[in-house]
Design a protein around this ligand. Structure first.
Ligand code: KIV
Length: 262
């Protein structure tokens, strides 16, 4: 698979649907590299990796550490580092932290949650050569302030607001937008309203691509699995079954065998 660049991603709209998955470490990023268009080092790591109830606690230091690990093996997939809560609170802070990500990792771009309210900050970064992916709709970083996770686009007024958000950040220079937790027919309208690709998560099929969190899609997450996730394998079952086998092998003295000893 040829590594996409910003221009390829923009040009894919209406031509080819984009695939994106999260990764937080070198082990999985190595498997994903070249088999997926974009790897997102998402702040969802705070939930799927650190078992927190939301993404708010993720720090820039953690995002840089995990992005470094992913970039150390990702040669053929485009890598995006999520900017955690608070790290883009002001334009100046956003630029300082985005430069930190660019200097300390090989990430191809950063991702920023926020619509029209963040357009000014996004413009400040894109005009200084920081590639930005947007993220609108259900935004996990505002879940505490809004009292939970709420599906968006339930009425025409909300859809109008989301179209305004998408247009504002497109004008500010984002090369693609994640659209999370939006009613499918409304997501289709939002997708038609802008010329940059819309990458959906829980936003139906009439978008320009899809993203999922790797531990959800590969069945490593035994707990609550959101409705929009397709679980492609029983990762948790595989691990447990093989760990039981390992314990049996130890107890039966069949591990290690001769070939596994010095
Ligand atoms: O943090 C993340 O993994 C994300 C995706 C859910 C899009 O933002």
């Amino acid at each position: 698979m040829k590594k996409l660049n910003i221009q390829d991603i923009k040009a894919s709209k209406n031509i080819k649907k984009l695939s994106m998955v999260t990764a937080y470490d070198a082990v999985f990023a190595k498997l994903f590299d070249g088999n997926i268009d974009i790897i997102l080092v998402g702040d969802s790591l705070n939930m799927s990796f650190a078992n927190s109830s939301d993404t708010v606690g993720a720090t820039l230091k953690q995002m840089i550490y995990h992005t470094q690990a992913v970039c150390s093996v990702a040669n053929s997939s485009f890598v995006v580092c999520d900017m955690p809560f608070g790290s883009v609170a002001t334009r100046k802070k956003a630029l300082k932290n985005a430069i930190k990500v660019y200097k300390q990792t090989k990430a191809d771009a950063i991702k920023i949650e926020g619509g029209a309210d963040m357009a000014d900050t996004i413009k400040y970064l894109t005009s200084r050569n920081i590639a930005c992916m947007g993220h609108i709709g259900l935004m996990p970083q505002v879940s505490r302030a809004q009292g939970g996770y709420k599906v968006r686009g339930k009425d025409t007024e909300d859809t109008k607001a989301l179209i305004e958000d998408a247009k504002a950040i497109e004008k500010a220079g984002v090369f693609a937008i994640v659209l999370e937790g939006v009613k499918a027919d409304m997501a289709a309208d939002i997708t038609k309203a802008v010329s940059v690709p819309i990458i959906g998560i829980g936003a139906g099929t009439d978008v320009d691509g899809q993203v999922l969190v790797w531990s959800d899609m590969f069945g490593f997450n035994d707990g609550f699995v959101p409705k929009f996730v397709r679980v492609y394998m029983d990762g948790a079952g595989l691990i447990r079954e093989n760990l039981r086998q390992f314990t049996t092998d130890i107890q039966e003295d069949s591990f290690p065998d001769k070939s596994e000893q010095y």
